[in-house]
Design a protein around this ligand. Structure first.
Ligand SMILES: CC(C)(COP(=O)(O)OP(=O)(O)OC[C@H]1O[C@@H](n2cnc3c(N)ncnc32)[C@H](O)[C@@H]1OP(=O)(O)O)[C@@H](O)C(=O)NCCC(=O)NCCS
Length: 243
């Protein structure tokens, strides 16, 4: 039987794990999509694996001087998945934002991502949890870790609060992401409802297959369609009295 070990690391323990974490991403995340090279440059040729370095992971997902948290899971002693998250305060409330959730491909659908987010939940004292992701499973798992299902997405809470929450994030791609979709704009023609434009042109085939599976299982997907370069957005209240 495989040994599965979850571990929560704080910011001062991160230096020694960043290289291994970046390698996990580079080997397992996904490939650039058809629009990537045109928008981002030749490093993002369609079909090439999206690469990560320790330095970029630090800068983009676990920024210096921020209140970061990193949870990893090892299977038989080898890094098998991780979640990076950053917390910040807004009007006396603490937001926790997942900046990366990854599991090694051979170990997908074994509830490792679910386990990571449950550890993140238990390690934190935050009032709200947010994530941007092209992968519907990340959205589902984040909701489930907060005791919600798709039907429990609170569009009013998101519409009323998420712009202000994201605007003061220490994570630059979250701060700069442009809200998109029917919840935020009057004229939307691409079917998106709860989305952001992060200009991250990763190939959407895997996320869209996952979305098909979610829709086939009878659930209503409240986030709408996923345009190229965009990611779904969810924000959930994690304490009843907050927000
Ligand atoms: C998304 C990801 C983290 C899920 O990890 P995982 O460990 O396989 O997820 P879990 O096993 O905990 O899945 C829990 C539930 O989520 C849903 N789910 C997970 N992967 C799914 C998929 N590919 N398609 C449809 N539903 C999926 C299912 O409901 C699943 O429960 P079930 O297997 O009992 O049906 C993993 O696929 C991954 O690393 N993907 C690439 C990276 C990525 O896109 N990350 C998000 C960017 S922030």
């Amino acid at each position: 039987m495989a040994s599965v070990h979850f571990e929560v690391l704080r910011d001062d323990q991160l230096i020694e794990v960043l290289n291994e974490a970046a390698t996990l991403f580079s080997e397992h995340y996904g490939i650039w999509g058809a629009e990537a090279e045109k928008n981002l440059g030749t490093f993002a040729t369609a079909g090439r694996r999206v690469q990560m370095t320790a330095r970029r992971l630090r800068a983009e997902c676990l920024p210096e001087a921020a209140d970061n948290i990193y949870v990893r899971v090892k299977v038989n002693g080898k890094l098998a998945g991780h979640v990076c998250a950053t917390r910040w305060m807004l009007d006396g409330r603490k937001a926790c934002w997942i900046t990366q959730l990854m599991v090694a491909r051979k170990l997908w659908r074994r509830r490792l991502a679910t386990g990571l987010l449950l550890k993140l939940r238990d390690a934190g004292d935050h009032d709200g949890l947010g994530v941007l992701s092209s992968h519907p499973a990340t959205i589902l798992i984040a909701l489930q870790a907060c005791g919600r299902a798709l039907e429990g997405v609170d569009s009013k809470l998101i519409g009323d609060n998420v712009r202000a929450v994201m605007a003061c994030s220490p994570v630059s791609y979250v701060r700069k992401a442009k809200l998109h979709g029917k919840l935020f704009e009057d004229e939307v023609e691409d079917g998106s409802v709860l989305c952001v434009n992060t200009h991250f042109y990763v190939d959407h085939r895997e996320p869209l297959e996952a979305l098909q599976e979610v829709r086939k299982s009878g659930h209503t997907w409240p986030f709408g369609e996923l345009p190229e370069g965009h990611e779904f957005l969810v924000f959930v209240k994690t304490r009843t009295e907050a927000w």
